[in-house]
Design a protein around this ligand. Structure first.
Ligand SMILES: CC(C)(COP(=O)(O)OP(=O)(O)OC[C@H]1O[C@@H](n2cnc3c(N)ncnc32)[C@H](O)[C@@H]1OP(=O)(O)O)[C@@H](O)C(=O)NCCC(=O)NCCS
Length: 118
């Protein structure tokens, strides 16, 4: 589910797994005297760069920027920006490692046979 009131940018070749939710707005809650649902919204753009994999059921919160090539683990709640090529996981998500800087494979050598795209 994408809640795009504040804007969501999604780059090329980015994967969203099943059950991913991305939020670009929050309810305002500053007044205790007014029901939250009457206080309106704040909006913060979410930016997801190219070639990001957001695994199943991850939640991306308003204002987050996810750098190119990052991986978001299943079930993560992403509250802060994610560096390019970082792998983050958990609630709240933390960086667990970086993707290896390897020259393994090329698009020509590894066609997407399993996806029927070869
Ligand atoms: C994020 C992911 C790709 C990392 O895989 P990996 O590179 O093999 O990483 P590892 O299994 O070595 O895990 C590294 C550390 O992160 C932790 N970790 C990995 N995935 C996690 C997750 N989703 N939530 C919380 N912690 C996680 C591991 O427990 C490990 O912690 P440790 O160092 O304390 O033992 C993988 O764990 C994942 O979440 N895959 C998503 C699967 C999925 O949703 N598939 C559907 C297609 S969208």
């Amino acid at each position: 589910m994408l809640s795009a009131g504040g804007g969501i940018e999604i780059g090329s070749n980015t994967l969203l797994g099943p059950g991913v939710t991305i939020w670009s707005q929050n309810h305002k809650y500053m007044s205790r005297a007014i029901p939250i649902y009457k206080q309106g919204w704040t909006y913060q753009r979410v930016v997801i760069e190219d070639d990001v994999w957001i695994a199943a059921r991850a939640i991306i919160l308003p204002g987050v920027k996810i750098g190119k090539g990052a991986v978001i683990g299943a079930g993560s709640v992403v509250t802060k920006d994610v560096a390019s090529f970082a792998i983050v996981a958990g609630v709240p998500s933390r960086q667990v490692k970086m993707r290896p800087d390897s020259s393994w494979g090329t698009m020509e050598e590894e066609p997407h046979e399993s996806a029927g795209l070869a």
